[in-house]
Write a protein that binds this ligand. Structure first.
Ligand SMILES: Nc1ncnc2c1ncn2[C@@H]1O[C@H](COP(=O)(O)OP(=O)(O)OP(=O)(O)O)[C@@H](O)[C@H]1O
Ligand SMILES: [Mg+2]
Length: 509
Protein backbone atom coordinates (compact mmCIF):
# COMPACT_ATOMS: atom_id res chain seq x y z
CA UNK A 1 0.00 0.00 0.00
CA UNK A 2 1.15 3.45 -0.93
CA UNK A 3 1.20 5.17 2.45
CA UNK A 4 3.13 8.44 2.75
CA UNK A 5 2.68 8.55 6.51
CA UNK A 6 2.21 5.74 8.97
CA UNK A 7 1.87 6.37 12.67
CA UNK A 8 1.67 2.96 14.32
CA UNK A 9 0.47 2.31 17.89
CA UNK A 10 1.46 5.74 19.15
CA UNK A 11 1.33 6.46 22.87
CA UNK A 12 1.91 9.90 24.34
CA UNK A 13 1.49 10.75 28.01
CA UNK A 14 1.33 14.02 29.89
CA UNK A 15 1.41 14.32 33.65
CA UNK A 16 -1.84 12.77 34.83
CA UNK A 17 -3.18 11.88 31.41
CA UNK A 18 -2.63 9.55 28.46
CA UNK A 19 -3.31 11.84 25.50
CA UNK A 20 -2.67 9.19 22.84
CA UNK A 21 -3.04 5.52 23.59
CA UNK A 22 -2.19 3.01 20.87
CA UNK A 23 -3.31 5.22 17.97
CA UNK A 24 -2.71 4.22 14.37
CA UNK A 25 -3.03 6.65 11.46
CA UNK A 26 -2.13 5.74 7.89
CA UNK A 27 -2.26 8.38 5.18
CA UNK A 28 -2.26 7.55 1.48
CA UNK A 29 -0.47 9.70 -1.05
CA UNK A 30 -2.76 12.24 -2.68
CA UNK A 31 -5.60 11.99 -0.19
CA UNK A 32 -7.20 14.40 2.23
CA UNK A 33 -7.38 12.48 5.47
CA UNK A 34 -9.54 13.84 8.28
CA UNK A 35 -8.73 13.39 11.94
CA UNK A 36 -11.90 13.55 14.01
CA UNK A 37 -12.53 13.41 17.73
CA UNK A 38 -14.07 15.23 20.67
CA UNK A 39 -12.40 18.16 22.37
CA UNK A 40 -9.42 16.77 24.22
CA UNK A 41 -9.47 13.45 22.33
CA UNK A 42 -5.79 13.88 21.42
CA UNK A 43 -5.79 15.12 17.81
CA UNK A 44 -3.43 18.06 18.19
CA UNK A 45 -1.15 15.94 20.36
CA UNK A 46 -0.92 13.24 17.68
CA UNK A 47 -0.07 15.85 15.04
CA UNK A 48 2.50 17.47 17.29
CA UNK A 49 4.12 14.06 17.60
CA UNK A 50 4.22 13.76 13.81
CA UNK A 51 5.71 17.25 13.52
CA UNK A 52 8.44 16.48 16.04
CA UNK A 53 7.19 18.77 18.81
CA UNK A 54 6.52 15.85 21.18
CA UNK A 55 8.30 12.52 21.50
CA UNK A 56 6.00 9.49 21.82
CA UNK A 57 6.51 7.00 24.64
CA UNK A 58 5.67 4.12 22.33
CA UNK A 59 4.98 3.36 18.69
CA UNK A 60 6.71 4.08 15.42
CA UNK A 61 6.43 6.47 12.53
CA UNK A 62 7.15 5.65 8.90
CA UNK A 63 7.46 8.15 6.09
CA UNK A 64 7.09 6.58 2.63
CA UNK A 65 7.62 3.17 4.17
CA UNK A 66 10.84 4.08 5.98
CA UNK A 67 11.00 4.14 9.77
CA UNK A 68 11.98 7.59 11.05
CA UNK A 69 12.76 9.37 14.30
CA UNK A 70 11.24 12.82 14.29
CA UNK A 71 12.94 14.45 17.24
CA UNK A 72 12.30 18.06 16.24
CA UNK A 73 10.38 20.12 13.64
CA UNK A 74 13.47 20.61 11.46
CA UNK A 75 13.60 16.89 10.91
CA UNK A 76 9.89 16.92 10.08
CA UNK A 77 10.58 19.65 7.51
CA UNK A 78 13.42 17.64 6.00
CA UNK A 79 11.08 14.67 5.69
CA UNK A 80 8.57 16.84 3.82
CA UNK A 81 6.11 17.30 6.68
CA UNK A 82 4.66 20.79 7.21
CA UNK A 83 2.15 21.99 9.78
CA UNK A 84 -0.27 24.89 9.83
CA UNK A 85 -1.07 25.40 13.50
CA UNK A 86 -4.38 26.70 14.74
CA UNK A 87 -2.74 29.65 16.42
CA UNK A 88 -0.42 31.16 13.86
CA UNK A 89 3.22 31.67 14.62
CA UNK A 90 4.03 34.77 12.59
CA UNK A 91 6.00 37.90 13.47
CA UNK A 92 3.57 40.80 13.09
CA UNK A 93 6.12 43.48 12.24
CA UNK A 94 7.82 41.39 9.53
CA UNK A 95 6.74 41.10 5.91
CA UNK A 96 5.30 37.93 4.42
CA UNK A 97 8.64 36.98 2.85
CA UNK A 98 10.65 37.76 5.98
CA UNK A 99 8.36 35.43 7.91
CA UNK A 100 8.61 32.68 5.34
CA UNK A 101 12.39 32.67 5.21
CA UNK A 102 12.82 33.10 8.96
CA UNK A 103 15.33 30.49 10.10
CA UNK A 104 15.83 29.40 6.52
CA UNK A 105 17.39 32.50 4.93
CA UNK A 106 18.86 32.22 1.43
CA UNK A 107 22.36 33.76 1.60
CA UNK A 108 24.20 35.60 -1.14
CA UNK A 109 27.68 36.23 0.11
CA UNK A 110 27.02 37.20 3.69
CA UNK A 111 23.85 39.23 3.29
CA UNK A 112 20.35 37.85 2.98
CA UNK A 113 18.98 38.09 -0.52
CA UNK A 114 15.45 39.28 0.11
CA UNK A 115 14.65 40.09 -3.52
CA UNK A 116 15.33 36.52 -4.65
CA UNK A 117 13.27 35.17 -1.79
CA UNK A 118 10.37 37.49 -2.66
CA UNK A 119 10.48 36.26 -6.23
CA UNK A 120 10.41 32.68 -5.11
CA UNK A 121 7.56 33.28 -2.65
CA UNK A 122 5.60 34.95 -5.43
CA UNK A 123 6.14 31.98 -7.72
CA UNK A 124 4.95 29.46 -5.16
CA UNK A 125 1.99 31.68 -4.28
CA UNK A 126 0.91 31.82 -7.93
CA UNK A 127 1.39 28.13 -8.53
CA UNK A 128 -0.96 27.22 -5.69
CA UNK A 129 -3.42 30.06 -6.25
CA UNK A 130 -2.71 31.68 -2.90
CA UNK A 131 -2.65 35.34 -4.07
CA UNK A 132 -0.35 36.47 -1.29
CA UNK A 133 1.61 39.72 -1.61
CA UNK A 134 5.20 38.81 -0.61
CA UNK A 135 5.97 42.36 0.55
CA UNK A 136 2.89 42.96 2.76
CA UNK A 137 3.32 43.30 6.53
CA UNK A 138 1.65 40.56 8.58
CA UNK A 139 -0.04 43.16 10.80
CA UNK A 140 -1.82 44.57 7.74
CA UNK A 141 -3.31 41.37 6.32
CA UNK A 142 -6.43 39.41 7.27
CA UNK A 143 -6.48 36.22 9.30
CA UNK A 144 -7.28 34.27 6.14
CA UNK A 145 -4.22 35.71 4.43
CA UNK A 146 -2.03 34.99 7.45
CA UNK A 147 -3.10 31.39 7.20
CA UNK A 148 -2.01 31.35 3.58
CA UNK A 149 1.38 32.68 4.66
CA UNK A 150 1.65 29.67 6.97
CA UNK A 151 0.78 27.41 4.04
CA UNK A 152 3.40 29.14 1.87
CA UNK A 153 5.95 28.68 4.62
CA UNK A 154 5.50 24.92 4.57
CA UNK A 155 5.61 24.81 0.77
CA UNK A 156 8.74 26.98 0.68
CA UNK A 157 10.37 24.38 2.90
CA UNK A 158 9.36 21.65 0.48
CA UNK A 159 6.42 20.08 2.33
CA UNK A 160 4.83 17.05 0.68
CA UNK A 161 2.49 16.28 3.55
CA UNK A 162 0.60 19.19 5.05
CA UNK A 163 -1.06 19.04 8.46
CA UNK A 164 -3.88 21.51 9.13
CA UNK A 165 -5.11 21.86 12.73
CA UNK A 166 -8.66 23.25 12.59
CA UNK A 167 -7.88 25.66 9.75
CA UNK A 168 -11.49 26.62 9.12
CA UNK A 169 -12.33 27.51 12.72
CA UNK A 170 -10.91 31.01 12.26
CA UNK A 171 -12.23 31.61 8.76
CA UNK A 172 -15.37 33.18 7.36
CA UNK A 173 -17.59 31.11 5.03
CA UNK A 174 -16.10 32.79 1.95
CA UNK A 175 -12.54 32.15 3.14
CA UNK A 176 -13.46 28.52 3.80
CA UNK A 177 -14.56 28.12 0.19
CA UNK A 178 -11.25 29.54 -0.96
CA UNK A 179 -9.26 27.29 1.36
CA UNK A 180 -11.05 24.22 0.01
CA UNK A 181 -10.03 25.31 -3.48
CA UNK A 182 -6.43 25.60 -2.26
CA UNK A 183 -6.66 22.06 -0.85
CA UNK A 184 -7.72 20.81 -4.27
CA UNK A 185 -4.77 22.54 -5.96
CA UNK A 186 -2.39 21.07 -3.39
CA UNK A 187 -3.70 17.57 -4.06
CA UNK A 188 -3.45 18.09 -7.84
CA UNK A 189 0.18 19.04 -7.33
CA UNK A 190 0.82 15.70 -5.65
CA UNK A 191 0.62 16.74 -1.99
CA UNK A 192 -1.19 14.86 0.79
CA UNK A 193 -3.22 16.52 3.53
CA UNK A 194 -4.15 15.66 7.11
CA UNK A 195 -7.08 17.81 8.23
CA UNK A 196 -8.36 18.27 11.77
CA UNK A 197 -11.86 19.69 11.82
CA UNK A 198 -15.01 19.49 13.95
CA UNK A 199 -17.22 20.35 11.01
CA UNK A 200 -18.70 17.13 9.71
CA UNK A 201 -20.01 18.87 6.60
CA UNK A 202 -16.45 19.77 5.66
CA UNK A 203 -15.30 16.20 6.08
CA UNK A 204 -18.13 14.96 3.89
CA UNK A 205 -17.34 17.59 1.27
CA UNK A 206 -13.56 17.42 0.92
CA UNK A 207 -12.06 14.37 2.60
CA UNK A 208 -11.36 10.90 1.26
CA UNK A 209 -10.99 9.01 4.52
CA UNK A 210 -11.41 9.83 8.19
CA UNK A 211 -9.71 8.43 11.28
CA UNK A 212 -11.68 8.77 14.50
CA UNK A 213 -10.18 8.97 17.98
CA UNK A 214 -12.07 8.96 21.25
CA UNK A 215 -10.53 9.81 24.64
CA UNK A 216 -7.04 9.15 23.35
CA UNK A 217 -7.84 5.86 21.69
CA UNK A 218 -8.06 5.05 18.00
CA UNK A 219 -11.60 4.00 17.02
CA UNK A 220 -10.83 3.27 13.36
CA UNK A 221 -10.68 4.65 9.84
CA UNK A 222 -13.64 4.88 7.45
CA UNK A 223 -14.11 5.91 3.83
CA UNK A 224 -16.02 9.16 3.62
CA UNK A 225 -18.05 7.83 0.67
CA UNK A 226 -19.36 5.06 2.91
CA UNK A 227 -20.41 7.10 5.94
CA UNK A 228 -22.61 10.05 6.93
CA UNK A 229 -22.54 12.85 9.51
CA UNK A 230 -24.72 10.94 12.00
CA UNK A 231 -22.47 7.92 11.96
CA UNK A 232 -19.35 10.08 12.29
CA UNK A 233 -20.84 11.93 15.25
CA UNK A 234 -21.74 8.77 17.10
CA UNK A 235 -18.34 7.22 16.34
CA UNK A 236 -16.56 10.15 17.94
CA UNK A 237 -18.87 10.80 20.86
CA UNK A 238 -19.91 7.21 21.57
CA UNK A 239 -23.63 8.06 21.58
CA UNK A 240 -26.28 9.50 19.27
CA UNK A 241 -26.08 13.26 18.72
CA UNK A 242 -29.12 15.34 17.78
CA UNK A 243 -28.32 18.13 15.39
CA UNK A 244 -31.36 20.28 16.07
CA UNK A 245 -31.74 22.60 19.00
CA UNK A 246 -34.88 22.12 21.07
CA UNK A 247 -36.54 25.28 22.25
CA UNK A 248 -39.90 26.83 22.93
CA UNK A 249 -41.02 30.26 21.75
CA UNK A 250 -39.35 33.20 23.48
CA UNK A 251 -41.28 35.30 25.97
CA UNK A 252 -39.39 38.58 25.77
CA UNK A 253 -39.93 41.26 28.41
CA UNK A 254 -38.32 44.68 28.92
CA UNK A 255 -35.21 45.97 27.12
CA UNK A 256 -31.96 44.93 28.77
CA UNK A 257 -29.64 46.33 26.12
CA UNK A 258 -30.66 49.44 24.20
CA UNK A 259 -28.34 50.92 21.62
CA UNK A 260 -29.22 54.19 19.95
CA UNK A 261 -27.43 55.99 17.15
CA UNK A 262 -24.13 54.38 17.97
CA UNK A 263 -20.98 55.40 16.11
CA UNK A 264 -17.65 53.70 16.70
CA UNK A 265 -14.30 54.06 14.93
CA UNK A 266 -11.65 51.40 14.38
CA UNK A 267 -7.93 51.84 15.10
CA UNK A 268 -7.42 53.62 11.81
CA UNK A 269 -10.10 56.17 12.75
CA UNK A 270 -12.57 54.83 10.19
CA UNK A 271 -16.22 54.57 11.31
CA UNK A 272 -17.02 50.87 11.61
CA UNK A 273 -20.33 51.20 13.47
CA UNK A 274 -22.64 53.83 12.00
CA UNK A 275 -25.85 55.16 13.54
CA UNK A 276 -26.58 51.69 14.81
CA UNK A 277 -29.80 50.92 16.67
CA UNK A 278 -30.47 47.63 18.40
CA UNK A 279 -32.22 46.27 21.43
CA UNK A 280 -32.05 42.95 23.20
CA UNK A 281 -34.83 42.15 25.66
CA UNK A 282 -34.94 40.01 28.74
CA UNK A 283 -35.86 36.48 27.73
CA UNK A 284 -34.66 36.56 24.15
CA UNK A 285 -31.64 35.66 22.07
CA UNK A 286 -30.78 38.12 19.35
CA UNK A 287 -28.37 36.83 16.72
CA UNK A 288 -26.18 39.12 14.66
CA UNK A 289 -25.55 37.88 11.16
CA UNK A 290 -23.03 39.55 8.92
CA UNK A 291 -19.97 39.08 6.78
CA UNK A 292 -16.79 39.50 8.83
CA UNK A 293 -15.55 43.08 8.99
CA UNK A 294 -18.94 44.78 8.92
CA UNK A 295 -18.57 46.24 12.39
CA UNK A 296 -19.33 43.22 14.59
CA UNK A 297 -16.03 43.36 16.44
CA UNK A 298 -16.19 47.10 17.06
CA UNK A 299 -19.80 46.77 18.25
CA UNK A 300 -18.94 44.13 20.85
CA UNK A 301 -15.87 46.06 21.95
CA UNK A 302 -17.98 49.18 22.39
CA UNK A 303 -20.62 47.40 24.49
CA UNK A 304 -18.02 45.74 26.71
CA UNK A 305 -15.98 48.91 27.16
CA UNK A 306 -12.94 47.69 25.25
CA UNK A 307 -13.33 50.40 22.62
CA UNK A 308 -14.26 54.06 22.84
CA UNK A 309 -17.68 55.11 21.65
CA UNK A 310 -17.57 58.11 19.35
CA UNK A 311 -21.21 59.12 19.80
CA UNK A 312 -24.59 57.61 20.63
CA UNK A 313 -25.79 55.73 23.69
CA UNK A 314 -25.60 52.21 25.05
CA UNK A 315 -27.96 51.46 27.92
CA UNK A 316 -28.06 48.45 30.17
CA UNK A 317 -31.29 48.15 32.15
CA UNK A 318 -32.00 51.77 31.25
CA UNK A 319 -28.68 53.12 32.56
CA UNK A 320 -25.98 54.48 30.30
CA UNK A 321 -22.84 52.38 30.12
CA UNK A 322 -21.01 53.73 27.09
CA UNK A 323 -17.34 54.55 27.64
CA UNK A 324 -17.32 53.02 31.10
CA UNK A 325 -14.38 50.98 32.30
CA UNK A 326 -14.71 47.32 31.17
CA UNK A 327 -14.71 46.04 34.74
CA UNK A 328 -17.53 48.43 35.67
CA UNK A 329 -19.58 47.17 32.76
CA UNK A 330 -18.92 43.58 33.82
CA UNK A 331 -20.06 44.44 37.32
CA UNK A 332 -23.25 46.03 36.05
CA UNK A 333 -24.24 42.67 34.59
CA UNK A 334 -22.59 42.03 31.26
CA UNK A 335 -20.96 38.67 30.51
CA UNK A 336 -18.68 38.26 27.52
CA UNK A 337 -17.52 35.14 25.70
CA UNK A 338 -14.88 36.77 23.51
CA UNK A 339 -14.11 35.72 19.96
CA UNK A 340 -10.38 35.51 20.61
CA UNK A 341 -10.03 33.20 23.60
CA UNK A 342 -6.28 33.76 23.86
CA UNK A 343 -6.31 37.54 23.73
CA UNK A 344 -9.29 38.30 25.95
CA UNK A 345 -10.53 35.08 27.48
CA UNK A 346 -7.78 33.39 29.47
CA UNK A 347 -4.48 34.01 31.16
CA UNK A 348 -2.69 31.08 29.57
CA UNK A 349 0.08 30.80 32.16
CA UNK A 350 -2.34 30.69 35.10
CA UNK A 351 -3.88 27.44 36.33
CA UNK A 352 -7.28 26.74 34.80
CA UNK A 353 -8.74 26.92 38.33
CA UNK A 354 -7.75 30.56 38.76
CA UNK A 355 -8.95 31.36 35.26
CA UNK A 356 -12.43 30.38 36.36
CA UNK A 357 -12.68 33.41 38.68
CA UNK A 358 -10.98 36.06 36.52
CA UNK A 359 -14.01 38.33 36.81
CA UNK A 360 -14.87 37.70 40.43
CA UNK A 361 -11.68 36.89 42.35
CA UNK A 362 -11.66 40.23 44.16
CA UNK A 363 -15.07 39.59 45.69
CA UNK A 364 -16.20 37.41 48.54
CA UNK A 365 -15.98 34.45 48.92
CA UNK A 366 -12.88 34.40 46.72
CA UNK A 367 -11.07 37.12 48.61
CA UNK A 368 -11.40 39.12 51.76
CA UNK A 369 -9.49 42.34 52.43
CA UNK A 370 -7.33 41.66 49.35
CA UNK A 371 -6.33 38.18 50.47
CA UNK A 372 -7.29 35.40 48.09
CA UNK A 373 -9.14 32.41 49.44
CA UNK A 374 -7.74 29.61 47.29
CA UNK A 375 -9.93 26.96 48.86
CA UNK A 376 -13.09 28.74 47.73
CA UNK A 377 -11.61 29.58 44.34
CA UNK A 378 -10.70 25.98 43.61
CA UNK A 379 -14.02 24.70 44.90
CA UNK A 380 -15.83 26.96 42.46
CA UNK A 381 -13.49 25.92 39.67
CA UNK A 382 -14.11 22.24 40.36
CA UNK A 383 -17.85 22.75 40.21
CA UNK A 384 -17.69 24.61 36.87
CA UNK A 385 -15.25 22.16 35.35
CA UNK A 386 -17.60 19.33 36.17
CA UNK A 387 -20.73 21.13 35.06
CA UNK A 388 -19.30 22.25 31.72
CA UNK A 389 -17.38 19.05 31.08
CA UNK A 390 -14.02 20.82 30.82
CA UNK A 391 -11.61 17.94 30.32
CA UNK A 392 -8.43 18.61 32.25
CA UNK A 393 -6.23 16.41 34.43
CA UNK A 394 -6.70 18.81 37.36
CA UNK A 395 -7.71 22.33 38.37
CA UNK A 396 -4.05 23.29 38.75
CA UNK A 397 -3.17 22.47 35.12
CA UNK A 398 -2.12 25.61 33.26
CA UNK A 399 -4.77 26.92 30.86
CA UNK A 400 -2.17 26.62 28.09
CA UNK A 401 -2.08 22.82 28.44
CA UNK A 402 -5.82 22.37 27.86
CA UNK A 403 -7.02 21.43 24.40
CA UNK A 404 -8.45 24.32 22.37
CA UNK A 405 -12.05 23.25 22.80
CA UNK A 406 -11.70 22.73 26.52
CA UNK A 407 -10.27 26.23 26.93
CA UNK A 408 -13.40 27.47 25.19
CA UNK A 409 -15.72 25.44 27.43
CA UNK A 410 -13.97 26.86 30.49
CA UNK A 411 -14.60 30.45 29.38
CA UNK A 412 -18.24 29.74 28.59
CA UNK A 413 -18.73 28.10 31.98
CA UNK A 414 -17.23 31.07 33.80
CA UNK A 415 -19.33 33.64 31.95
CA UNK A 416 -22.63 31.75 32.05
CA UNK A 417 -22.23 30.93 35.73
CA UNK A 418 -22.08 34.61 36.67
CA UNK A 419 -25.62 34.72 35.33
CA UNK A 420 -25.30 38.17 33.74
CA UNK A 421 -28.35 40.18 32.68
CA UNK A 422 -26.78 40.44 29.24
CA UNK A 423 -24.58 37.68 27.87
CA UNK A 424 -22.58 38.50 24.76
CA UNK A 425 -21.51 35.32 23.04
CA UNK A 426 -19.10 35.89 20.15
CA UNK A 427 -18.39 32.77 18.10
CA UNK A 428 -19.12 30.74 21.26
CA UNK A 429 -18.86 27.30 19.66
CA UNK A 430 -15.73 27.94 17.62
CA UNK A 431 -13.51 24.88 17.88
CA UNK A 432 -16.08 22.82 19.81
CA UNK A 433 -17.07 19.26 18.92
CA UNK A 434 -20.67 18.45 17.97
CA UNK A 435 -21.58 17.17 21.43
CA UNK A 436 -20.20 20.26 23.13
CA UNK A 437 -22.01 22.53 20.67
CA UNK A 438 -25.29 20.83 21.53
CA UNK A 439 -24.62 21.42 25.23
CA UNK A 440 -23.60 25.08 24.83
CA UNK A 441 -26.65 25.88 22.72
CA UNK A 442 -28.92 24.45 25.36
CA UNK A 443 -27.16 26.52 28.04
CA UNK A 444 -27.65 29.72 26.03
CA UNK A 445 -31.33 28.88 25.67
CA UNK A 446 -31.52 28.15 29.39
CA UNK A 447 -30.15 31.63 30.13
CA UNK A 448 -32.89 33.03 27.93
CA UNK A 449 -35.56 30.96 29.66
CA UNK A 450 -34.32 32.32 32.98
CA UNK A 451 -35.19 35.79 31.74
CA UNK A 452 -31.72 36.90 30.68
CA UNK A 453 -30.80 38.68 27.44
CA UNK A 454 -28.39 37.00 25.07
CA UNK A 455 -26.58 38.59 22.13
CA UNK A 456 -25.11 35.97 19.81
CA UNK A 457 -22.56 36.78 17.12
CA UNK A 458 -21.61 33.95 14.80
CA UNK A 459 -20.43 33.26 11.28
CA UNK A 460 -22.22 29.91 11.35
CA UNK A 461 -25.57 30.66 9.79
CA UNK A 462 -27.13 27.41 10.97
CA UNK A 463 -26.15 28.34 14.53
CA UNK A 464 -27.67 31.81 14.13
CA UNK A 465 -30.89 30.36 12.70
CA UNK A 466 -31.20 27.52 15.22
CA UNK A 467 -30.47 29.43 18.40
CA UNK A 468 -31.73 33.01 17.89
CA UNK A 469 -35.24 34.34 18.41
CA UNK A 470 -34.57 37.39 16.25
CA UNK A 471 -31.77 37.87 13.73
CA UNK A 472 -30.29 41.32 13.16
CA UNK A 473 -28.37 41.68 9.91
CA UNK A 474 -25.36 43.94 10.11
CA UNK A 475 -23.95 45.49 6.96
CA UNK A 476 -21.29 48.20 6.78
CA UNK A 477 -21.82 49.07 10.43
CA UNK A 478 -25.60 49.33 10.33
CA UNK A 479 -28.40 46.97 11.26
CA UNK A 480 -30.13 46.85 7.89
CA UNK A 481 -32.85 44.37 8.74
CA UNK A 482 -34.27 42.25 11.53
CA UNK A 483 -35.72 38.91 10.53
CA UNK A 484 -37.56 36.02 12.15
CA UNK A 485 -35.32 32.95 11.90
CA UNK A 486 -38.37 30.73 11.45
CA UNK A 487 -39.34 32.65 8.35
CA UNK A 488 -36.02 32.88 6.59
CA UNK A 489 -33.44 30.59 5.00
CA UNK A 490 -29.65 30.54 4.89
CA UNK A 491 -29.87 31.70 1.27
CA UNK A 492 -32.04 34.68 2.08
CA UNK A 493 -29.89 35.59 5.04
CA UNK A 494 -26.81 35.34 2.82
CA UNK A 495 -28.27 37.86 0.40
CA UNK A 496 -29.20 40.27 3.20
CA UNK A 497 -25.67 40.00 4.58
CA UNK A 498 -24.38 40.98 1.16
CA UNK A 499 -26.31 44.23 1.51
CA UNK A 500 -29.52 43.70 -0.44
CA UNK A 501 -32.44 45.21 1.44
CA UNK A 502 -35.85 43.59 1.69
CA UNK A 503 -38.84 45.38 0.28
CA UNK A 504 -42.09 45.80 2.16
CA UNK A 505 -43.67 42.54 1.04
CA UNK A 506 -40.63 40.68 2.26
CA UNK A 507 -39.02 40.08 -1.13
CA UNK A 508 -35.38 40.75 -1.78
CA UNK A 509 -34.47 43.60 -4.06
N1 LIG B 1 1.48 20.32 26.78
C1 LIG B 1 0.59 19.62 27.48
N2 LIG B 1 0.74 19.38 28.80
C2 LIG B 1 -0.17 18.68 29.50
N3 LIG B 1 -1.29 18.17 28.98
C3 LIG B 1 -1.52 18.38 27.66
C4 LIG B 1 -0.60 19.11 26.85
N4 LIG B 1 -1.08 19.15 25.58
C5 LIG B 1 -2.25 18.48 25.62
N5 LIG B 1 -2.52 18.00 26.85
C6 LIG B 1 -3.68 17.19 27.25
O1 LIG B 1 -3.80 16.11 26.34
C7 LIG B 1 -5.17 15.87 26.01
C8 LIG B 1 -5.36 15.91 24.51
O2 LIG B 1 -5.24 17.26 24.08
P1 LIG B 1 -5.27 17.69 22.56
O3 LIG B 1 -4.89 19.12 22.51
O4 LIG B 1 -4.45 16.74 21.75
O5 LIG B 1 -6.81 17.50 22.19
P2 LIG B 1 -7.58 17.79 20.82
O6 LIG B 1 -8.14 16.51 20.33
O7 LIG B 1 -6.70 18.53 19.88
O8 LIG B 1 -8.81 18.68 21.31
P3 LIG B 1 -9.50 20.03 20.68
O9 LIG B 1 -10.49 19.56 19.69
O10 LIG B 1 -10.20 20.64 21.83
O11 LIG B 1 -8.42 20.89 20.11
C9 LIG B 1 -5.97 16.90 26.78
O12 LIG B 1 -6.47 16.30 27.94
C10 LIG B 1 -4.98 17.99 27.11
O13 LIG B 1 -5.32 18.62 28.32
MG1 LIG C 1 -6.67 20.54 19.17
Amino acid sequence: MDYVIEMLNIRKEFPGIVANDNITLQVKKGEIHALLGENGAGKSTLMNVLFGLYQPEKGEIKVKGKKVDITNPNIANDLGIGMVHQHFMLVNTFTVTENIILGNEPKKGSSINLKDAEKQVKEISERYGLSVDPTAKIADISVGMQQRVEILKTLYRGAEILIFDEPTAVLTPQEIKELIQIFKTLINEGKSIILITHKLKEIMEVCDRVTVIRKGEGIGTVNVAETNPNELASLMVGREVSFTTEKTAAKPKQDVLTIENLNVKDNRQVFKVKSLNLSVRAGEIVGIAGVDGNGQTELIEAITGLRKVDSGTIKLNDKKIENMHPRKITEKGVGHIPQDRHKHGLVLDFPIGENMVLQTYYHQPFSKRSVLNYKNIYEKAKQLIKEFDVRTPSTSTLARALSGGNQQKAIIGREVDRNPDLLIAAQPTRGLDVGAIEFIHSRLIEQRDNGKAVLLISFELDEILNVSDRVAVIYEGEIIDIVDPKETTEQELGLLMAGSKRQKEGKLS
